[in-house]
Design a protein around this ligand. Structure first.
Ligand SMILES: [Zn+2]
Ligand SMILES: [Zn+2]
Length: 182
C-alpha cells in the first residue's frame, strides 16, 4: 500500500468530522441536537445537514432517537474526542512551540485534526507534556530554541535543500539578495 492512498482510507472525512464535533458541542451547550441545530452550527442548509447525518447514521457514528433528536454513538464519541485532542495538541505545537501565529495554527490544526494516527497523537502528547516540564534541560532547550535563527545557505547547512532544489527559506533569501538596494 502506497502511503498517499491512506488519505482515502481515513476513518472519516474532514466535513464529517466537523458534524461529529458540532453534535458534541450542541449536547454540551444545550443538552440536545436536531438536524436544524447542526445546520445552524455549521452554517449550512438543513437539506445538506440532513443528507450528511443520514450517512453518519448509516456508518454508525450517529444515532437518532424516536423524537428525531440526534446524538453520537459511543464510537462517534470516541472519534470526536480524538479529533478534539488532535486539534488542541496541534494548535499548541504550532503556536507555542513553532511560533506560528495563533490564527494560522488554528487553520492548519483544523485541516489535519481528523487525520492523525493514535500513535502520532500519543507521541505528540508526550512531547508537548515534556516541553512544558519545569526542569533545567527543557528550559535550556526552550531558551535556545527561542533565540535560534536559521538562514539557509543551501545544501551544506540545510536539512531539506538539495542540489538544484532549494528550500523556500533559501529562495526567499536569494530573492531578497537579488533586489536592487535602494
Ligand atoms: Zn477541521
Ligand atoms: Zn534550505
Amino acid at each position: 500500500m502506497k502511503e498517499w492512498k491512506e488519505f482515502e482510507n481515513n476513518e472519516i472525512s474532514h466535513s464529517m468530522a466537523h458534524y461529529l464535533m458540532a453534535i458534541q458541542e450542541l449536547h454540551k451547550r444545550q443538552g440536545y441536537a436536531r438536524v436544524t441545530d447542526v445546520a445552524k452550527e455549521l452554517e449550512i442548509t438543513a437539506g445538506s445537514a440532513s443528507v450528511s447525518i443520514k450517512k453518519l447514521r448509516a456508518d454508525g457514528w450517529v444515532e437518532e432517537d424516536h423524537n428525531r433528536f440526534i446524538r453520537l454513538s459511543p464510537e462517534g464519541e470516541r472519534l470526536a474526542h480524538e479529533i478534539h485532542i488532535n486539534n488542541r495538541l496541534f494548535v499548541a505545537f504550532l503556536s507555542e512551540l513553532l511560533h506560528v501565529s495563533e490564527a494560522q495554527a488554528q487553520i492548519d490544526a483544523c485541516k489535519i485534526e481528523h487525520l492523525l494516527s493514535s500513535e502520532t497523537r500519543e507521541k505528540m502528547l508526550r512531547f508537548m507534556t515534556y516541553i512544558h516540564e519545569d526542569n533545567k534541560v527543557v528550559k535550556n532547550f526552550r531558551h535556545g530554541w527561542n533565540d535560534y535563527h536559521f538562514d539557509c545557505h543551501g545544501p551544506e547547512d540545510c536539512l531539506v535543500c538539495e542540489d538544484g532544489e532549494t528550500c523556500a527559506i533559501h529562495e526567499k533569501l536569494t530573492h531578497l539578495m537579488d533586489q536592487p538596494k535602494g
